[in-house]
Design a binder for this molecule. Structure first.
Ligand SMILES: [Zn+2]
Length: 526
């Protein structure tokens, strides 16, 4: 194993600033180093390649030109790798999801696989399709264009070498779940108001790691890059036009820097609870491009340090049955809470027109809010309390009105999440069985290891898999080979109804232990 093979542990713990933080950081570093040694000992080498590695890549425009102005183009990118009998096909699509939500139909995955198997003799299990989860609009013939991208990549295959490594990016994203002082959790969405600042106790983690697979031509020129990172690409274009968002820009930056023919495939990671920074900005136009440029440049930094070689590949595909949630009790609880909140609204003599100027006046001068100070002093000299009484009345009304606003904001969150629960409860009842079938795949290319899952995994799940894995270069992709809404941790599911990830979810909390066990088993076999 060369120096280039090691993850940059220093980067991962580079943010401690306090002495306590540094000591904790050193301890973490030695624990991490120990874990790495154990991991290296456990990760078995792959057999020598059965045949020299071959690779091909292609990129096809999938922008919907009928869906209004276009800010930047959406793409389907394909990479085919073959070292033995069975090729591996990676497809990255600038779309919200493979099926269920957005415009890609539920039959998409099966149809693409069937056509590729028929035409190119590639078995369906080796075809992995990841949605970047950007919220752009794709063309209506997305199925044919995806097959065309794979067809071109297959046709482009030639002798290749691969290498793997990690990059680091922590400036462009944040965890969107807020732990509140009342023990509940809320999240950062446009669909509703945030809790007030003083209610927020702490925020969740991010995963700054960029997993990188570099694919070169036999002569060392770059051919393709596959990179994995966890963040919702939903910042939008400042123009408001159709966009591939943060990860469309990052792929473009990588391709522009490595040369025209290079294809950079973004593979969305455990971004379920990760948002772009300044997602709720109201003072500046929200713009995905600078965030994407930063991610692209950080990935390029990692690509430059990666050495490539011939290697073999391995694929394990498993089906898993996960338990569906029964949300009836939680829905009843939220309905009761909704009634309680509605009944807590108290009438005041104010409306918005009188509330706003009063709120400013009482903020500007709390001692003499209603008139100049001399009038207050004059009245006090004569023993009058008229102004003091006026202020007391206004303050009482201001407080009641502010409480009403907070209750209204709380109701916007409750109602939105309640609607999600009702939708998924109906879906779960209509499903006809209490479980949902998902595909979990494990891929190994040299020492580059990736596991995939259809749901929107939250970031802690990915961080824990990486920590437990016997392979030092383990990466996790959600949003792959189907879509089953959010897949938060069992712990986050104690907050059902409080945030999108735990409400826009069809799974019972027991799903996580089943998934983790399956992933651990796959990782041990890879
Ligand atoms: Zn999402």
């Amino acid at each position: 194993m060369t120096r280039l093979d090691r993850p940059f542990l220093g980067d991962l713990f580079a943010s401690e600033s306090t002495v306590a933080g540094r000591v904790a950081g050193q301890r973490l570093r030695s624990v991490a180093a120990l874990m790495l040694i154990v991991a290296l000992a456990l990760s078995r080498p792959l057999p020598a390649p059965a045949a020299p590695l071959r690779a091909g890549a292609a990129k096809i425009d999938i922008t919907n030109l009928e869906a209004g102005p276009v800010n930047d183009r959406l793409h389907a990118r394909a990479l085919v790798l073959q070292s033995g009998d069975e090729p591996l096909v990676f497809v990255s699509i600038d779309a919200v999801a493979i099926a269920e939500i957005g415009s890609i139909r539920n039959s998409f995955l099966a149809n693409v696989r069937a056509q590729v198997e028929k035409e190119l003799r590639i078995p369906p299990r080796g075809i992995l399709i990841n949605a970047s989860h950007c919220h752009g609009v794709v063309c209506s013939d997305i199925e044919q264009r995806t097959v065309e991208a794979i067809r071109q990549a297959f046709k482009n295959m030639q002798p290749a070498k691969v290498g793997w490594g990690v990059g680091h990016e922590d400036r462009i994203m944040e965890n969107r779940r807020l732990r509140l002082k009342n023990g509940r959790e809320a999240d950062v969405r446009h669909a509703y108001s945030l809790p007030h600042d003083e209610e927020v106790e702490s925020v969740g983690p991010i995963d700054p790691q960029i997993g990188v697979l570099r694919v070169d031509h036999a002569d060392g020129r770059p051919l393709a890059v596959l990179y994995n990172f966890a963040c919702h690409p939903i910042q939008a274009a400042a123009s408001g036009g159709n966009t591939a968002d943060v990860t469309g820009f990052s792929s473009q930056v990588i391709e522009d820097n490595l040369g025209d023919a290079v294809v950079a495939l973004f593979v969305q990671g455990c971004g379920g609870d990760i948002n772009p920074v300044f997602y709720k900005d109201v003072d500046h136009p929200r713009d995905a491009e600078p965030l994407g440029n930063m991610l692209g440049l950080s990935t390029l930094k990692a690509i430059r340090k990666i050495a490539t070689r011939d290697t073999s590949t391995r694929l394990i595909q498993e089906n898993l049955e996960l338990p569906r949630a029964d949300l009836a009790q939680r829905i009843d609880g939220l309905l009761a809470e909704q009634t309680r909140l509605l009944q807590s609204l108290q009438g005041t003599s104010l409306n918005l027109k009188t509330y706003l100027p009063l709120a400013v006046k009482y903020k500007l001068n709390s001692e003499f809010p209603s008139y100049y100070s001399h009038r207050y002093l004059h009245d006090r000299q004569l023993g009058r309390v008229d102004l003091d009484k006026l202020d007391a009345d206004n303050r009482r009304n201001l407080e009641a009105y502010t409480r009403n606003i907070q209750t209204m904001e709380q109701l916007t969150r409750l109602q939105t999440n309640l609607n999600l629960l009702r939708k998924h409860q109906m879906q779960n009842l209509d499903a006809g069985k209490r479980t949902v079938d998902v595909e979990v795949s494990g891929i190994r290319i040299g020492n580059f290891v990736m596991v995939t899952f259809p749901g929107e995994l939250t970031v802690q799940i990915g961080l824990d898999i990486k920590r437990r894995s016997p392979h030092p270069f383990t990466f996790v992709a959600g949003y792959t080979n189907g879509y089953i809404y959010y897949a938060p941790t069992a712990d986050q599911l104690r907050n059902v109804g409080g945030a999108q990830e735990d409400s826009d979810c069809i799974l019972a909390p027991e799903w996580q232990a089943l998934f983790d066990a399956k992933v651990d088993e796959i990782l041990a076999r890879l």
